[in-house]
Design a binder for this molecule. Structure first.
Ligand code: GLN
Length: 732
């Protein structure tokens, strides 16, 4: 094993990947944009006017595409794909495994005995029936009724990867239950569109006919040299290091953050950006992140559904391009202890089809009131459904990240900056019922009217907040780097949709009672601010004081995934989903079950790998070194005799004892660990199982690691089998 470590290090110094993999970027990246996408422009040239209109209506208004038109679209798509060298097509979907799925079918169709053509019809475009019995389904399907089907989602454009035409799709069981991330997301987006459009139209701008939530994600990741990666079984199997002493230098000097990008990484980034451009992923930002060998990439914001697809596609492409540059990409939220983890901050807002951002204040009082309406309703939604939001970002890997190193804690709070907070405090004082003309003027000029100025000067940032307002959008910072954005976006858009529906009903009721529209809105917003105030927090989310204060305020602190997932089945949350038609009761249960099972499985795999490494690599290596020390002590005794050797060999003998102690701790704790895994697996249900893995299995990791890391500091470097943190983190 130590051999593998040194071989990997040697390979590194011999190869000059920096030069070998140099990437030439075309003068204008923009010319590559959407080259491999069945984009609006491509559709215009390939489709008849009728088909073009039909697909545009489906994208913009959700109308159905008739079967004969679908046939025309399929032929056009195929012709375009063939012109780009494609030979196969696939429905590209996002099952609950967390990665994307594809099953390629050839356009090639034989007929008669010796002839063949390329064929693709409307039926094949609209629906595919992969034998998908092995995807997670939470008990929805039995193997004997395992059929599931994928259905084309025309709101996300088709694209070509390699020689395959990929058709973004949703994935549903034969009995109609959703089995993927996208189908519920589309429902949530539709719900928020209806609710927000209704409010815009009725109170602010009758020209609005559609509201589209928008998402701009920021993808953080680590790059590790492929050879070094292969030398660490924990990285290969679990995506994270389970052992490893901190290097003398980590991120203390903050010298990596925004520093000049290493050449080899730059080559990777350039090639990645070229691929992104061709696939229509509008990436614009790249930089070194805080931890050594950690980086980030971010695109322009897009409509949520497309942004979600683009993120999933990107993660796939990143892994492939990294491979070409002899890197392995790590999306795990906490691959290395002691330095920053990786998040995928989701910047969320809502945009109207008249071109306005609803979370951006405008030039006149009406626009500012519109901003306040959506702003306060969002805060109220987060307040009422904080636990659901927490559950949506819960995973075994994100548990390692939350609560330290610039990642938010598990307590959900909202950060809006001190100045906006004081505006809300002013609004809390608005008179109950009708407002006097003076109060209206005061509100217009000095309270609401002040908002644009405040935001111009809004420099507040809080890296410890899970949900932060950043001037014209909310940044959901709690999302982990390996997550599919769809899950948190489904929750976010569902809770806001529900909140906006309630708001409309309450405002209309006051209008019916004789209040003017603005008065009614101010009255309801005042009440919302009062009830949601306890979730607003401007201070340090890491401080112990905040945990105490949050408890006093009645906020949840669901520290672990099993705790968070337990809350997900709360009646209130189930009702929300059922009312909005996002999930049925059975679907919610199934998804909860899948997540709990995944949690236990991940921890169980980590535990087993840790046990293996400890027994097969660490203990033998420690004993090997201990034997050397014993030989040394014996030699000293032989040369110097009984009396003198004790003084000379004193430290070696202490080390021999210390090694034995650590070896013994490792052995005992690994045995306990293996026992705890067996107990966990025998649990009666998924919730119980996840709790055992969380409370009884996971705590043992630390003890084993502590002893192993201590041994790493004692044992001769030449014998140590595991590639060290300093090698993994500082090799570029
Ligand atoms: N500077 C940053 O924004 C760091 C964020 C941090 N990596 C996270 O886990 O979210």
């Amino acid at each position: 094993m130590a051999y593998l470590r040194f071989k990997a290090l040697e390979m590194l110094s011999f190869k000059d990947y920096r030069k070998d993999n140099a990437v030439v970027v075309p003068a204008k990246l923009s010319e590559l944009f959407c080259q491999n996408v069945f984009s609006e422009e491509t559709m215009r040239s390939y489709l008849t006017q009728e088909a073009f209109k039909s697909i545009q209506d489906a994208i913009k208004r959700g109308t159905k595409i008739q079967r004969d038109v679908a046939d025309q679209i399929a032929v056009a798509m195929k012709d375009w794909a063939l012109s780009k060298g494609a030979t196969h097509y696939t429905h590209w979907f996002q099952p609950l495994t967390g990665s994307t799925a594809e099953k390629h079918d050839s356009f090639f169709t034989p007929f008669e005995t010796d002839r063949a053509i390329e064929r693709f019809s409307g039926g094949m475009l609209i629906q595919q029936e992969p034998d998908a019995s092995s995807f997670p389904n939470g008990g929805i399907r039995n193997t004997f009724e395992a059929r599931g089907y994928t259905a084309w989602d025309p709101t996300s454009p088709a694209f070509i990867v390699g020689t395959t035409l990929c058709i973004p799709s949703i994935f549903i069981s034969y009995t109609g239950e959703t089995l993927d991330y996208k189908a519920p997301l589309l429902r949530a987006l539709n719900a928020v569109d209806m609710a927000a459009t209704d409010i815009c139209k009725s109170y602010f701008d009758k020209n609005v006919t559609k509201v589209s939530p928008t998402l701009g994600w920021e993808q953080e990741y680590f790059l590790v040299d492929s050879a070094l990666y292969q030398s660490r079984p924990d990285l290969v199997i679990t995506g994270k290091t389970l052992l490893g002493h901190s290097p003398a230098k980590g991120q203390q000097l903050d010298d990596h953050y925004f520093g000049s990008i290493p050449t080899r990484v730059m080559n990777f980034m350039k090639e990645l950006e070229i691929e992104c451009m061709k696939l229509g992923i509008p990436v614009t930002t790249r930089h070194n992140e805080v931890a050594p060998n950690q980086f980030e990439l971010a695109p322009m914001f897009e409509e949520v559904n497309v942004a979600v697809d683009h993120n999933s596609l990107l993660m796939d492409i990143m892994a492939r391009v990294a491979h070409k540059h002899h890197f392995h990409i790590l999306f795990h939220e906490k691959p290395f202890a002691g330095v920053n983890g990786s998040g995928k901050h989701n910047n969320w807002s809502m945009a109207t089809d008249t071109g306005e951002n609803l979370l951006s204040p405008g030039k006149n009082p009406k626009k500012n009131l519109q901003f306040l309406t959506f702003f306060v309703n969002t805060i109220k939604a987060v307040h009422d459904y904080a636990d659901l939001l927490r559950a949506s970002i819960a995973s075994a890997s994100n548990d390692h990240r939350l609560g330290a190193n610039e990642a938010p804690p598990a307590i959900i709070s909202v950060f809006i900056g001190t100045q906006l907070f004081s505006v809300l405090e002013e609004l809390e004082k608005v008179t109950d019922g009708k407002l006097s003309p003076e109060e209206k003027t005061e509100l217009k000029l000095n309270v609401v009217g002040k908002i644009p100025m405040i935001l111009l000067d809004n420099t507040d940032r809080n890296r410890t907040s899970p949900f932060a307002f950043t001037g014209n959008k909310f940044e959901i910072r709690a999302v982990g780097s390996s997550a599919n954005c769809a899950e948190v976006m489904t929750v976010m858009n569902s809770i806001v949709a529900k909140q906006l529906q309630e708001f409309k009903i309450e405002v209309d009721a006051l209008i019916d009672k004789g209040l003017k529209k603005d008065e009614a809105i101010f009255n309801i917003l005042r009440e919302y601010i009062k009830v949601s105030k306890n979730i607003m927090f401007e201070g340090d989310g890491y401080s112990d004081d905040w945990a105490v204060e949050a408890e006093k305020r009645g906020l949840s602190n669901l520290k672990t995934t099993p705790e968070a997932l337990k809350r997900e089945m709360d009646e209130k949350f189930v009702a929300l989903y059922e009312d909005l038609g996002i999930y049925t009761h059975r679907e919610i249960e199934a998804r909860n079950e899948i997540k709990l099972e995944k949690y236990s499985t991940v921890v169980s795999i980590e535990a087993t790998v840790l046990g293996d490494i400890a027994r097969n690599h660490i203990i033998p290596c420690a004993l090997n070194y201990q034997n050397r020390l014993i030989e040394n002590v014996k030699g000293l005794k032989e040369i110097f005799g009984e009396k003198e050797f004790k003084k000379l060999a004193c430290e070696q003998m202490n080390m021999i004892t210390e090694i034995s102690e650590h070896v013994s701790i490792i052995k005992v704790e690994v045995d306990r660990l293996l026992g705890a895994i067996i107990t966990g697996k025998a649990a009666g249900n998924s919730q119980e199982m996840a709790e055992i893995f969380c409370n009884d299995v996971k705590p043992l990791f630390e003890k084993i690691r502590d002893s192993s890391d201590a041994l790493e500091m004692m044992v001769d470097d030449e014998l140590w089998p595991m590639t060290k943190y300093r090698e993994l983190l500082f090799t570029r």
